[in-house]
Design a binder for this molecule. Structure first.
Ligand SMILES: [Zn+2]
Length: 270
């Protein structure tokens, strides 16, 4: 599977995709759309992601789901692991909740399920990225080589601000994380001003529809082409249209290869 652009063929990984169990997929997708006041292109069902991705030529998907209640964590993680077993193109992240007290035990379970890290959405989950009790979680993830994918940035609230992630990195410089949405949705400038770190990745999801190409390139230059991952934020956008937006940034072949697949393959040791 591959994507061809300007006569060049690329492997592509999608570093940001949401999937939900069939029973709640429609409602969950609609809720996200309402929260961001953005019309959702798709419904977040695993088979739709797999099929749409195949049509678009995408090879790998980093899939996740967010737990807004602590009692959802276990079942979401079982669901993600089952879908990763069913769809070999999926790489899974576990859900987490800020009230979990047995940090080591829960991370053990996530790793035993074959999941590679955790996904956090501080605005939906309503906790500050730099909340003192989360530092233990980040330090433990860093120790285990697990990736933490953050929804970052929202100019309407402060839970997920790039500044708060920067506070964490001051304390845990080796922390391996992905600051989604070019480092901070609607706080792109702030992200460039305050956030940096050796193990900080960004993804391109849910930003390219809103920023000028030159601003996206500015963010990518700040964090580094080597630290940038292509992502769709499915089901918000279809893989095909996010790919078109990505190619419109106008990078050359070598840079495209890194951002579309090679950085992802290195991060997850594929
Ligand atoms: Zn997300």
């Amino acid at each position: 599977m591959a994507v061809t652009h300007n006569g060049v063929t690329y492997r592509v990984a999608d570093a940001h995709a949401h999937i939900y169990p069939g029973k709640i997929a429609e409602k969950a997708t609609a809720n996200v759309g309402r929260f961001y006041n953005i019309e959702m292109d798709e419904i977040g069902l695993p088979h739709i992601l797999s099929e749409e991705g195949k049509v678009a030529g995408i090879d790998r998907f980093l899939v996740c789901s967010v737990a807004t209640k602590i009692e959802q964590v276990e079942s979401i993680n079982t669901f993600i692991a089952q879908k990763c077993a069913k769809y070999p193109a999926f790489i899974g992240l576990g859900a987490w909740h800020q009230d979990i007290t047995d940090v080591g035990g829960e991370l053990d379970r996530i790793q035993a399920l074959g999941l590679r890290g955790i996904k956090l959405h501080p605005d939906f989950q309503r906790f500050n990225i730099d909340a003192p009790n989360m530092l233990e979680v980040y330090a433990e993830c860093a120790r285990r080589g697990m990736v933490v994918l953050f929804h970052t940035g929202d100019d309407r609230m402060d839970f997920s601000s790039p500044r708060r992630l920067a506070n964490v990195l001051e304390k845990i410089p080796e922390f391996l994380c992905i600051a989604a949405h070019l480092g901070g949705y609607r706080e792109w400038e702030d992200a460039r001003a305050v956030l940096h770190g050796t193990n900080v990745y960004i993804d391109t999801s849910s930003s390219l529809f809103a920023v000028k190409a030159e601003d996206a390139r500015r963010s990518i230059a700040h964090f580094g082409v080597e630290k940038t991952l292509f992502g769709t934020d499915f089901p918000m956008w279809t893989p095909k249209e996010e790919l078109e937006r990505f190619f419109a940034l106008g990078y050359g072949e070598a840079e495209n290869r890194k951002m579309l697949y090679d950085n992802f393959a290195k991060l997850f040791s594929l």
